[in-house]
Design a protein around this ligand. Structure first.
Ligand code: AHR
Length: 489
């Protein structure tokens, strides 16, 4: 048993945790949209206008704040007009990025906006810069948000007379790669041109997001910050996947302790990358007007045996739960600049929160982390120090104990993950500025390979964790391989 002390100062506010840090991402990829989210109105699977009821309920339960769509790489080959109007007349295209399958466009703008309304989340639309035109993207924004004009009339003919509210607009996706293989210098000019024609119609205010770097590409960030000011860019994205070896990504469920440490080392590395990008942003935007959106993040393994290699379907274990717990703690601690994060992806793809098989649905361990952490949404991050020990090797060392804390409406939420696979941690946390006197906690813990299956959907489930509060001292024990949320009111 390890004994570690912690100190929280509720008076020392370090940033506002925007609820969008708990965001998600859904791409036309494999079974994320089709089968996962959308089954069509004629399906035997219970649905609302074709959208799975169980998925809506699960998204609502974790208070999903924002959902990014339609890609990913798919966004830069998506032409929005293909996805409106009578479904049987919609253009059938080849999804060239993801398996070369036929995309019938039955899930389009109206279906996505309906999904967001049902879930109660903000839509985040990624526009096509790579293979689209400025006019096409400007028209999409007008179709979505304008009250009058031919595009609004067309929207009304298609069943939605009222304009939608659209805040988040991504101007392209990974334009350094699948979104057009552009240089940062070239993209900066393209970005400025595209954003210029995406207008704020009838009171709708867009939050324009530029394509940012992948991982540690500091040149991309430097170039964008140098050439585009806050006048033209509200936010810039960052993509980071926790992969040790892209040529051999390993299995989601069969891994040894060394592979586990590599994954957690890769996960923790994002903190350094975020800090480096923020240092650049601070030089050009000291007032912090431009937000950093980690709009794709997560683990990425080889696909499950006997599944389509282009569909990126992977299982999800306690290792992924810890990856999520650590990442969300990092985003909370970076919340003075990180304003959004979107886990890749919501259903049946990569580090999914939900997996489906026909009419059945399971919640993954990662889902339960979002459930445990939801009290941080819209909280004020507060100073949180923990004694620690480093695990792993060389450049990929990672802290044994990962933590973050926030205060909202007088309630303190502390989330803590024990990343050791062998040692429990007894925590004694002093809370300065504490007003509450009642503490309670929930924990997710199991053997690191444990996961939920369609035969055993509740193997990994949150449970109550005993905690004691004596004066300013909060005490609890985190078993090896666990993550917990403690509330003090
Ligand atoms: O999430 C899968 C893919 O990863 C996305 O389409 C792309 O943006 C990224 O490379």
């Amino acid at each position: 048993m390890k004994h570690l002390n912690m100190l929280i100062n509720t008076a020392d506010r370090t940033g506002h945790i925007s609820r969008e840090i708990y965001g998600h991402f859904s791409e036309h990829l494999g079974r994320c949209i089709y089968g996962g989210i959308y089954v069509g109105a004629d399906s035997a699977v219970p649905n609302v206008s074709g959208i799975r009821k169980d998925v809506i309920d699960a998204f609502r339960q974790i208070r999903m704040p924002v959902l990014r769509w339609p890609g990913g790489c798919f966004a830069d080959e998506y032409h929005w007009r293909d996805g409106i109007g009578a479904p049987e007349k919609r253009r059938r295209i080849i999804n060239t990025n993801w398996g070369g399958v036929v995309e019938d466009n039955s899930f389009g703008t109206h279906e996505f906006m309906a999904l967001c309304e049902l879930v109660g989340c903000e839509p985040y639309i990624a526009g096509n810069v790579g293979s689209g035109t400025v006019q096409e993207l400007a028209d999409w924004v007008e179709y979505l948000t304008a009250k009058g004009g031919s595009l609004a009339e067309l929207r009304a003919e298609n069943g939605h007379p009222e304009p939608w509210h659209l805040k988040y607009l991504g101007i392209g996706n990974e334009n350094w790669g699948c979104g057009g293989s552009m240089t940062a210098e070239y993209y900066a000019d393209v970005y400025k041109r595209f954003q210029c024609f995406c207008k704020n119609h009838d009171g709708n205010q867009l939050y324009r997001v530029a394509c940012g770097p992948s991982g540690g590409d500091l040149h991309w960030m430097e170039t964008m910050m140098q050439r585009v000011t806050a006048q033209h860019m509200n936010g810039i994205s960052l993509h980071y996947y926790s992969v040790f070896d892209w040529n051999n990504k390993g299995s989601a469920t069969v891994f040894d302790a060394a592979e586990y440490a590599q994954t957690l080392g890769c996960v923790s590395r994002i903190e350094t990358l975020i800090q480096r990008h923020i240092e650049i942003m601070n030089r050009y935007d000291p007032e912090g007007q431009i937000g950093l959106l980690v709009d794709e993040w997560g683990t990425w393994y080889e696909v499950e045996p006997d599944t389509h290699p282009g569909f990126l379907y992977q299982q999800n274990t306690m290792r992924d739960a810890l990856a999520a717990a650590v990442s969300l703690n990092i985003f909370n601690r970076s919340s003075s600049r990180v304003v959004m994060a979107n886990l890749a992806q919501a259903v049946n793809v990569l580090q999914a929160i939900l997996l489906t098989e026909g009419g059945a649905l399971i919640k993954t361990p990662t889902y339960h982390i979002f459930d445990l952490y939801q009290a941080h949404q819209d909280g004020e991050a507060v100073y949180c120090f923990s004694e620690n020990e480093m695990l792993g090797e060389d450049a990929l060392r990672f802290p044994m104990l990962s933590t973050s804390a926030s205060v909202k409406d007088g309630v303190l939420t502390l989330t803590a993950a024990n990343c050791s696979l062998t040692e429990d941690i007894e925590i004694c946390c002093e809370i300065a500025g504490l007003t509450g006197s009642e503490a309670s906690a929930r924990i997710l813990t199991n053997e690191v390979h444990a996961h939920n299956t369609f035969d055993a959907p509740e193997t990994v489930q949150p449970e109550a964790l005993p905690v004691t509060l004596e004066g300013r001292l909060l005490r609890f024990t985190l078993p090896a391989c666990s993550a917990a949320a403690v509330t003090v009111k």
